[in-house]
Design a protein around this ligand. Structure first.
Ligand code: SAH
Length: 377
C-alpha cells in the first residue's frame, strides 16, 4: 500500500493522505516546489530567457532573499514579474520566542490559509539544527504529543517546508542569532506532522535542501533526519530514493501492547515490522538508524522494557535516542525519575546498544519535542 493513499486498514481516526482535505485551496506555487528545469520552463512561459530562473533561484537559495529590491542582477521589471510569479510569501511569522540566550528560537508561522505551523532553530557550538514541520497538525494521534491531540489540518507544500529552513538560514546569515553569522548544518523533520504521510512533498523538500545552488540550499544530506512513527511501506520507499538521510523511528515501546497505546499506528504496523523496515533501511543506505524513545514515568521506563529493547536492537546498526518526556498540557504523564532513566541507559549499554539522552532545548518556550501545537501559541 502506498502511504500517500487513504487507507481503510489504518485505525479509526488516523489519516494518511497526500493533499489534505479534498477541495482545499493549494498554497501558491513557489520556485522551491519546482526543479530547476521546471523553473526554467515557468520563466520561459512568462516570456523571459531560461537563465533568469537560475538568477532568481540564486537570489532565493544563495542570497536568501525574496525581495525584488535586492535582486540587482535582474532588470527591474523582470524582478517584479518573476518574484511575483515564483516567490510568493508562503509563511508569515506571527510570533517568535527565544531562550538559551537567543540560541534557541521558535517561530510560529501562518500559512496563506491561516494554518499554524512551527519551526525551531537551535544553535550549538559548531552546528545549527532547524527542526521543521511537514504538516499543519498531525493525524497520528500519539497521546503524549501535543501536535497529535489536535489532528491533521493539511499537508505542507514543498515550498512551505523549505521556507522554514530558508528563514532560519536568513536569520543566521544576517547575524540575528548570537554567535556571529552562520549557516544551517542540520535539518530534522521533528516538528509538527508525520513526514512520511506527506511523502512526495517531504522528499522534494529534502532534494531542494540538499541540492547545491542554484537548484537548492546545499545542505549535506547526512545532516538531514526524517523522523517517523513507522509507516512501513514508506520506509521502504525512502530507502530506495538514494538520499543518504538519517532515519529516526519513534519506537517508544519495544512490545506491541505498550506501543499500541503510545503510537496508535502500531495497530497497523507492529514493532517487528517497523524494526524490519528500519534494518532494511540501514542495509540499503549504510546509515545508522536512530531509535527515538520518549521516557514516560511508569509507562514505558521499566527495566524489563530496557532489556527487551536491548535484545531487539543488539547487533543492528542503530542507536537509541532517549527523550525525557516533555509533559503536554493536561497530560497525566510525566518524565521518568532520574534513577529509572539511569537504569534504562545502563541496561541498554549492557546490551552493547549505543544510547544518548536528548537535551531538552526549547522546553521553556514550548519548543521542545512534542510541544509544538497551534493552541499552545
Ligand atoms: N511524526 C514524527 C515526528 C514527530 S516529533 C515522528 O513521530 O517521529 C519528533 C519526536 O518527538 C518523535 O519521536 C515524537 O514521538 C517525540 N515526541 C512527541 N511528543 C513528545 C513529548 N511530549 N515528549 C518527548 N518526545 C515527544
Amino acid at each position: 500500500m502506498s502511504p500517500s493513499q487513504p487507507s481503510s486498514a489504518l485505525p479509526l481516526g488516523l489519516t494518511v493522505r497526500e493533499d489534505g482535505r479534498p477541495g482545499r485551496p493549494k498554497p501558491p506555487r513557489h520556485l522551491a516546489d519546482l526543479s530547476l528545469a521546471e523553473r526554467r520552463e515557468a520563466v520561459t512561459g512568462l516570456g523571459e530567457r531560461p537563465f533568469r530562473a537560475d538568477q532568481l533561484s540564486r537570489q532565493y537559495f544563495s542570497r536568501l532573499t525574496d525581495d525584488p529590491a535586492d535582486m540587482t542582477d535582474l532588470p527591474q521589471a523582470t524582478r517584479e514579474q518573476l518574484a511575483g510569479a515564483l516567490l510568493p510569501r508562503l509563511l508569515t511569522a506571527e510570533k517568535e520566542l527565544a531562550c538559551d540566550d537567543g540560541t534557541t528560537r521558535k517561530t510560529l508561522w501562518r500559512t496563506f490559509d491561516h494554518a499554524a505551523v512551527e519551526s525551531v532553530l537551535m544553535r550549538y557550538p559548531g552546528r545549527v539544527t532547524m527542526c521543521v514541520s511537514s504538516q499543519a497538525g498531525c493525524g497520528m494521534a500519539c497521546p503524549f504529543c501535543a501536535t497529535g491531540q489536535a489532528g491533521l489540518t493539511r499537508n505542507l507544500s514543498t515550498g512551505e517546508i523549505v521556507e522554514q529552513v530558508v528563514a532560519g538560514a536568513r536569520a543566521l546569515a544576517r547575524d540575528e542569532i548570537p554567535g556571529g553569522p552562520g549557516r544551517v548544518s542540520n535539518v530534522v523533520f521533528m516538528g509538527m506532522g508525520e513526514p512520511l504521510a506527506n511523502y512526495r512533498n517531504v522528499i522534494q523538500a529534502v532534494r531542494r535542501l540538499t541540492e547545491p545552488a542554484p537548484s537548492g540550499l546545499g545542505i549535506s544530506a547526512r545532516g538531514v533526519t526524517v523522523s517517523t512513527v513507522g509507516l512501513v511501506p514508506a520506509i521502504g520507499r525512502l530507502a530506495d530514493e538514494g538520499l543518504p538521510v538519517t532515519l529516526a523511528v519513534s519506537l517508544h515501546s519495544p512490545d506491541d501492547e505498550g506501543r499500541d497505546e503510545l503510537v496508535p499506528v502500531n495497530r497497523r504496523w507492529k514493532v517487528a515490522e517497523v524494526l524490519d523496515a528500519a534494518w532494511g533501511y540501514a542495509e540499503t543506505t549504510g546509515r545508522r538508524v536512530s531509535i527515538e524513545y520518549a521516557l514516560i514515568r511508569d509507562v514505558n521506563d521499566q527495566a524489563w522494557r530496557a532489556d527487551l529493547l536491548g535484545d531487539l536492537l543488539s547487533g543492528h546498526l542503530a542507536h537509541v535516542n532517549l527523550i525525557p518526556l516533555n509533559p503536554t498540557p493536561g497530560s497525566r504523564w510525566t518524565a521518568s525519575r532520574p534513577e529509572d532513566q539511569d537504569e534504562f541507559v545502563a541496561r541498554l549499554e549492557a546490551h552493547g546498544v549505543p544510547v544518548t539522552v536528548r537535551d531538552t532545548r526549547g522546553r521553556e518556550i514550548d519548543g521542545a519535542c512534542g510541544q509544538l501545537a497551534a493552541s499552545a501559541s
